[in-house]
Every structure is written in C-alpha cells, then in structure tokens.
Design a protein around this ligand. Structure first.
Ligand code: ZN
Length: 313
C-alpha cells in the first residue's frame, strides 16, 4: 500500500481531479462540468462526489489517500477554509471546506489556482529543481505564483504573487481592479485582442479580422505566418511583460521564471523580444542567474500542483 494525494482544479467551466502518487505522477483522472450556476452548494457537492470517487479508485488499487488539495479561481482564506472571492464563480465568502462535508480525518488544503500551477510546474514541470521560482500565467488576465526558498510564498493575506496587478504604466488602460496600466492590461490575451482590434480600426493592413471571437492564439498564428500587425502586438506585449519580469528579477532574484498560458507556446516571436527587454531593464547579476522558460504541464498543472499542496503542508 502506498500513499496517494488528490488534486482538484476548480475552474469556472470544469472541475478536474486527479489521484497523484508521491512522485507527482497522475494515477487516475476525472473531469466534470462545474455547474457554477447551481450555486456553491451544488459545486461543493460535485467536488465531494469527485473526491469520493477518486478515493474509491485509490482503495480499489489498495492505496491510501493522504489528503486533498484544491486550486480555486480566486482568493482563499486558508485558516477559515473559505473562498473569499472568486469572480468567475460569482462567489463571495463561501465556506467551501464545511460545504464539502468530507471525513473529518481527511486533510484538505485550499490555494489560489495561479499559486497551485506554480507548485505543479516546480514539482513536475518546467521549474523542476527550482528553489526560487516565479510563474506568470498569461490568460484572460495574468496570474502569478511565487516560490521562495523552495516553498510557496502566500504573503500576509494569502494574496502574494499578484503579478498581473503590478503597475507598469500609470497612464495605461483601465484595469478590472479599478487602477490603470496594470501588467494584465498590457500583456494578457485580452490586451492583445484589444490591440488587434485597435489596429484594425486604424485601418492597418493585416490578416486578422475584427471578429467577436478573435483570440490571442489567432494573433500568435498570424505573427508566426509573418503578419506585421500581429508581430507588433506580440512584440509590444513581450516588451511590457519584460518590464514586469525585470522588476520581479530585481526584487526576488529568482533562478527560474516559468511563463504559462496558451500564449507561452508562441515560441521565439514572444521569447526573443521578452528576453531582450529583460536584459535591458534588470540588474546584471540577477539577470544572468535566471532562466525564462515556457510551462510544460499545460492543463495538468492545476491538478498536480493541488496535489503538491498536500505534500507541502
Ligand atoms: Zn489591476
């Protein structure tokens, strides 16, 4: 008999869960719709059902579950076991752990999904072996996770690592947080799509179409096919991201920065201008000591990192 952990990745659309061994290998997986419209009670019931099912699978193979980690798309209160705020789920102060109604002796740990992804990449992904690692995930917004001296750094209120809301340009675009010019208003997938639409409105010649469903991935594909406007957008986003990373490098002196999210697969059109900007804007010694790499775990980072929460605790 060996010890396994359960990692749950709670998203606005789907709940993913995995049984994971102590080497970080996925032994068994499950994915079900979140049904967020049903409210917190329904979602908690679905998570409990998944934990029960994965627990049964562990027992069937003669193994024991040491604990459960849950990555949430928002801000946790780890002491109270509640979700303080999760915009995608429309949750405010949801007492998730008590709603789960699990066996009393099964430890359950909550953390923000960006932190959890960072843990996953450090355990089994692009940050393997990293001691001081920062993960920046480029999606609709920008998520961040800090691992310092080998451990997840959560800060005083559990909100550390909000890289997306570091201010790069105080005169910049309006951010969802109410301030201006946060990194995510300049570098996120949403920001790239906004820049593309602005370029099209200015009459720039481009292969991109001004469609409702225009996505950052379309811009990456067009840029790699040689489209000038798409290339400029990626370069602009890479420039701002580079400024953001240079600040992080000077502050934290990390050995590894992992870039996650779909845009991280863009390749040299993103990473070349990004690294040029980092070299230009960061101090020499910490800059030489850091490697900037794309994430490796893709959609599995959430489950694997949630499993790592159990082992870190
Ligand atoms: Zn902001």
């Amino acid at each position: 008999m060996s010890e396994l952990v359960i990692g749950i990745d709670l998203g606005g659309t789907n709940i993913k869960g995995a049984l994971i061994d102590t080497g970080g290998n996925i032994v068994s997986k499950q994915e079900i719709p979140t049904m967020a419209n049903g409210g917190p009670g329904i979602v908690a019931g679905r998570i409990s059902g998944m934990i029960d099912e994965l627990g049964r699978r562990a027992a069937d193979s003669g193994n024991n579950v040491a604990g459960v980690g849950i990555g949430i798309p928002g801000q946790p209160d780890k002491v109270k076991g509640e979700v303080v705020f999760a915009p995608n789920l429309h949750w405010h102060h949801v007492p998730l752990l008590s709603l789960l109604n699990l066996k009393k002796d099964l430890p359950v740990y909550l953390d923000n999904d960006a932190n959890v992804a960072a843990l996953g990449e450090q355990w089994r992904g692009a940050g393997r072996g990293a001691l001081n690692m920062i993960m920046v995930t480029i999606g609709t917004g920008i998520g961040g996770g800090l691992i310092l001296d080998g451990r997840l750094y959560s800060g005083t209120t559990g909100t550390a690592g909000e890289v997306g809301h570091t201010v790069i340009d105080p005169q910049g675009p309006q951010c969802s947080c109410g301030r201006r010019g946060c990194l995510e208003t300049l570098t996120s997938a949403t920001a790239m799509v906004r820049m593309a639409k602005e370029a099209i409105d200015r009459g720039r010649v481009t292969a991109l179409f001004r469609e409702e469903n225009l996505e950052a991935r379309d811009i990456v594909i067009a840029a790699n096919a040689g489209d000038d406007v798409a290339r400029e957008i990626i370069e602009q986003a890479a420039y701002y991201l580079g400024i953001g990373l240079a600040n992080l490098i000077n502050l934290f002196n990390p050995d590894t920065i992992v870039i996650g999210g779909g845009v991280s697969k863009a390749g040299p059109i993103l990473f070349d201008p990004l690294c040029r900007t980092v070299v230009e804007w960061s101090l020499e010694a910490p800059c030489k000591a850091v490697k900037i790499v794309p994430a490796e775990l893709g959609n599995n980072a959430g489950c694997i990192g949630a499993g790592a929460l159990v082992l870190q605790s």
